[in-house]
Design a protein around this ligand. Structure first.
Ligand SMILES: *Cc1c(COP(=O)(O)O)cnc(C)c1O
Length: 420
């Protein structure tokens, strides 16, 4: 409590020291520059997006939608939202896109609010199998308001068992099936999910938060032709500002728009919508595909080096930007210990449960690693091989000069986070 009040008021005669926050931002910039960032959901935005997202657009209220605002003075602002919608629709071949959600969680909540009544049945991938909290965790509004049931991956292959899912769906008869994940390293078969949804009379929502950049460049199949609703973040592989969006079929357009505003949100964050427009525009350029391809080359480098070292990879490897390793089995430590050991050397990862994890959530068996962020900073296959070797040395309990030298070598190849 004391700490909380100190944070809130920074008790110092009730006044914050001049430039205290700017000082902390400088400190965080240094931390980011000196870290090998492997958290699969993170990325580094371009200077351009940073500038737009910190612009005077933050000053404007614009409740409503272009041409139908509840405030005056929106004629310039409208151009921004129209552009964001144009580039977003073009990028994902969308019939309709809503670019106002503040985040991925908000985008999901808006779809639920649009099509579900409290207590309606939903079927989604379980958290342990790689799902997200907003897919029905008991502490999330999704789990509080709706009757979520979960499907799992196969215990042996760790792949989604579509036959089993179909059986479960036909018995449950859910109103909505949710596909997409936060920790699933293989291609998801959206056509099959659509087939299952049609068979049991359910609507289909695909949450592509993690893989949106790969989808945008055709390096992962797109869910858009198959799903009634596609939700996403913009800040993971898509490399845009911290935010979200929803794509849907034309017939759902007005109900989705009403659900976002006034259903869940008030004034849209125009500075972020402008940054989203820039992000969609950037993703339409040929260089973006080169970048996404490099993300995949880098995960393959990480994967092959781990395999050569005998590290157990969940689902046997990766088709996207992330993979999980079983540190309990490989190194005899839990994910939380692994996270701390790597943190000591400025390698940032997150602990993660693995499918059918025998260990409790705070001491899970795995860690999750992604290549999007460090690919943005310019790393290539050889760097990721060295990263895999170094992680192996650290987690097997070595304390050596080699580790420090390896990390220095990798960081020397990185561009600064303010210069991207
Ligand atoms: C990250 C993520 C979200 C949530 O996004 P926020 O912007 O953090 O709210 C939702 N769904 C999936 C699958 C995610 O990975």
């Amino acid at each position: 409590m004391k700490v909380f009040f100190r944070l809130l008021y920074n008790i110092n005669g009730g006044k914050m020291k001049d430039n205290e926050i700017l000082g902390i931002i400088k400190e965080e910039t240094q931390r980011q520059n000196q870290t090998i960032e492997l958290i699969a959901s993170e990325n580094f935005v371009s200077r351009n997006i940073l500038k737009i997202n910190g612009s005077i657009l933050t000053n404007k209220y614009a409740e409503g939608y272009p041409g139908k605002r509840y405030y005056g003075g929106c004629e310039v602002i409208d151009k921004i939202e129209i552009l964001a919608k144009k580039y977003g629709s073009e990028l994902f071949n969308a019939e309709h896109i809503n670019v106002q959600p503040y985040s991925g969680s908000g985008a999901n909540a808006a779809v639920y609010l649009a099509v579900l009544k409290p207590g309606d049945k939903v079927l989604a991938l379980s958290l342990n199998s790689g799902g997200h909290l907003t897919h029905g965790h008991p502490l999330s509004s999704s789990g509080i308001l709706y009757d979520f049931h979960h499907y799992e991956v196969d215990p042996l292959t760790n792949l989604i068992d579509y036959d089993e899912l179909e059986k479960q769906a036909l018995i449950l008869q859910p109103k909505l099936i949710v596909g997409g994940a936060s920790n699933y390293s293989r291609i998801i078969d959206f056509a099959r999910l659509q087939d299952i949804a049609v068979k049991c009379g359910a609507l289909l929502m695909i949450d592509m938060a993690h893989i949106a950049g790969l989808v945008a460049t055709g390096l992962h199949p797109s869910p858009v032709p198959y799903a009634d609703f596609v939700t996403s973040t913009t800040h993971k592989t898509l490399r845009g500002p911290r935010s979200g969006f929803i794509i849907c079929r034309k017939k759902w357009a007005s109900i989705i728009d009403r659900s976002v505003f006034p259903g869940l949100q008030g004034g849209p964050h125009l500075q972020t919508i402008a940054a989203k427009a820039q992000c969609f525009y950037d993703a339409l350029q040929p260089e973006f595909k080169v970048y996404q391809n490099q993300i995949l080359k880098n995960i393959k480098a990480l994967e092959s080096e781990f395999k050569a070292l005998g590290v157990e990879i969940i689902a046997g490897g990766s088709d996207n930007h992330l993979l999980s390793i079983n540190v309990a089995k490989t190194f005899g430590i839990n994910g939380s210990e692994a996270e701390k050991l790597l943190d000591n050397y400025h390698i940032t990862v997150n602990k993660n449960t693995i499918p059918y994890d025998p260990n409790p959530p705070l001491k899970p068996s795995g860690i999750r690693l992604g290549t999007a962020a460090m690919t943005t900073r310019g790393l290539k296959e050889d760097d990721f091989k060295l990263i895999a070797k170094t992680i192996f040395l650290i987690l097997s309990g070595h304390v050596e000069e080699t580790i420090k030298n390896n990390i220095e070598t990798v960081l020397k190849n990185c561009q600064g986070v303010e210069k991207l």
